[in-house]
Every structure is written in C-alpha cells, then in structure tokens.
Design a protein around this ligand. Structure first.
Ligand code: FAD
Length: 310
C-alpha cells in the first residue's frame, strides 16, 4: 500500500462511485450502504499540516503522520472527513446505535409511513445463553433443538404482532398509535452522517467483543467493507493502535514488574503459573473473593503469554 497519495482523483471517484449505494447485507434483512463521503486519508494529513506547517513534510510522510496522530489521539484532523450512510437496522440494535450523539441522523418515520414490514429473525443455531461472567453478554450457543422451538415461537409472535398492527391500520387507528406493540425486532432505516474521528470511536466500541453481536455485525461491516477501502492508511493505524492494541493500567504494569522481577530471581520462565500471578497481584485485590479488575489483568497477561491460560 502506498504511503503517499494512494490513487489519482479519477481512481478515487471510481472507487467511491463503485461503493455508493451498494447494500452490504447484515442480519437477515438489514444493510449498510455508503451514500456519500467527503475526504480521504489525505484530508487528515492536509488538516494536520495546517497546525504543524509544511515543514512536517520533510520529517514525516503522510502515512507516518496519520499514524502519529492516531497513536497520540490528536483527533481533530480526523474530523475533516465525513461519511454518510443509509442503514437498515432492527429497533433494539438501533437503540444502542443512536446513543452515539456525535452523528447527524434522519430516521424513517412510523408516524408518517407504515412501519417497515420486516423484522430481525434468529436462525435456529444462533440463539445464545446468558453469559455467566458478564451480566450484559452472551455465552454459548443453545442447542438447535431448543433453537428450533425458539425460532418457531419468534415467527409466530412476529406474525401475530404484524397482523394486529395491520388490523389497527385497516380500522383507521393512527399510525403513531398503531405501532406501539410492534416488536423491537422491527427494522427501521436512517441516514447516518458522522465524521471520521467519531466513526472510529463508534467502531472501537461497537466492534469490540463486549458489544452485542448484532451491532458488532453492523460495525464490522461498516469498518471492513466501507472504511477500510476508503481510508486505507487510517484503517491500518486504527487496527494497530486501537483495535489490536492493549491498554495497561498502572496496576497492570506493576503486576508485570513484580511477576518478572520475581521470575528473574527464581529463574522461572513465562508463562508463569496462576499462583505466581496471584502472588504478584495488586495488594488491594488480595482480600477480594471476586475482582473484575484482577480478572481483566489476568486476561491481558495471558494474552501476552506471561501467565498460563486456564
Ligand atoms: C459494551 C457497551 C455497553 C453499554 N451499556 C450501556 C448501559 O448498560 N446503559 C446505558 O445507558 N448505556 C450503555 N452503553 C452506551 C454508552 O454508555 C454510551 O452512551 C455509548 O457507547 C455512546 O458513547 P459516547 O457517549 O462515547 O459516544 P458519542 O455520543 O458519539 O460521543 C463521543 C464523545 O463525545 C463526547 N460527548 C458527546 N456528547 C457529550 C456530552 N453531552 N457531554 C460531554 N461529552 C460529550 C464524549 O467524549 C464522548 O465520548 C454501552 C455501550 C457499550 C459499548
């Protein structure tokens, strides 16, 4: 990948035109599509050079500058690019999405028009258990036998809700009132416009493993199918410094220091044992039977190969 201007203006236009209005499917009947984009990797560089001056060009090429800005959270140059999407999302997922206040939104009105006649459906093998460790998350897949029953119930319920809605409409009930019992699985559509900085913030939160699977599917599609090709240098830096990076707290750093210095004196080599981790843990965690912070620290050290996995 070239680190300077990656393509000619004509090539860029063709690339954008090829992407615009292309519906990338998500879930059973949702999609994301690019409506418009203002700017590219060079818009970030152009804005940054206003503050740093042309002299920067001598010491850092465009790629190096973008990577420096992202690494050091110098964010405003990333606000110079804007992206507009059309999205079709189930209402419960949209409820999470719309919490991101830094976008401009215009949503399909079910007061003005009939509710979209489509709902998110769950394949037999995609029902999930409640996670044991995380009250907000999902655990393992449920059996397909139970999944079949749940999917059948889902179909029945959604059909019934839709029939009641249609009967209300046919009886002359106002659309704004008739909609009140439609399931959260009903799809909505919206134009969603956001600058690149705030989009990366959205993607970092919603592509993360802690986000609900459904919104992760949307965020991943936006990121990989649309943003990666449109902003290849920014995307590469975003992967390196956000998505695939690791945040270490002061306590994490101190645990690592204690672990490695103890190991150095005893001659042990990583991965160190679970007991060694507990011996090196933060003093404030010792008395706690359960500590999410300790678990998170252990997880990071396991990922680094410093502590043995369970
Ligand atoms: C895994 C996960 C679980 C969540 N669980 C819950 C939950 O249980 N309950 C719940 O209510 N929400 C929950 N949320 C939503 C979360 O708290 C945020 O509301 C959401 O992620 C939007 O983040 P944001 O405010 O940073 O984004 P944006 O609204 O896009 O804002 C971006 C940034 O702009 C700044 N900003 C924007 N508006 C303001 C403002 N008015 N004042 C000051 N600064 C502002 C902040 O720095 C903010 O980080 C969850 C989110 C995630 C990812």
């Amino acid at each position: 990948m070239s680190s300077e201007v990656p393509q000619s203006a004509a090539e860029r236009l063709t690339q954008v035109n090829d992407l615009r209005w292309k519906k990338f499917p998500v879930l059973n009947d949702g999609f994301v599509c690019l409506v418009d984009v203002m700017g590219d990797d060079s818009s970030v560089v152009q804005a940054a050079r206003v503050s740093y001056g042309e002299g920067t060009k001598k010491v850092s090429d465009d790629r190096t500058l973008i990577r420096y800005l992202l690494r050091h959270r110098h964010t405003t140059p990333f606000e110079m690019a804007e992206i507009k999407f059309l999205v079709r999302v189930p209402m419960d997922c949209w409820r999470q999405w719309i919490r991101h206040r830094t976008a401009n939104v215009n949503e399909y009105s079910t007061r003005y028009s009939l509710a979209i006649d489509a709902a998110q459906t769950t394949p037999v093998d995609e029902w999930r258990t409640q996670a044991e460790s995380n009250r907000q998350g999902s655990g393992n897949p449920l059996s397909t036998e139970l999944g079949q029953k749940l999917t059948d119930q889902e179909t029945e319920l959604q059909n019934q809700m839709r029939t009641v809605y249609q009967e209300r409409i046919d009886s002359g009930v106002a659309r704004e009132q008739a909609r009140k019992d439609l399931p959260l699985a009903t799809y909505t559509e919206a134009y969603w416009k956001i600058d690149l900085h705030n989009l990366l913030h959205f993607l970092a939160l919603r592509m993360d493993s802690h986000a609900q699977q459904e919104i992760r599917d949307y965020a991943t599609t936006i990121g990989e199918q649309i943003i990666a090709p449109l902003f290849p240098v920014v995307w590469e830096a975003f992967q390196d410094y956000r998505m695939q990076s690791m945040f270490l707290t002061k306590m994490d750093v101190e645990v690592i220091q204690r672990l490695t210095s103890t190991a150095a004196s005893s001659g042990a080599v990583p991965p160190f044992s679970g007991e060694a981790f507990l011996a090196a843990q933060d003093p404030k965690w010792v008395a706690l039977k359960r500590s999410r912070e300790r678990d998170e620290c252990r997880g990071k050290l396991q990922h680094l190969g410093l502590v043995a996995g369970e």
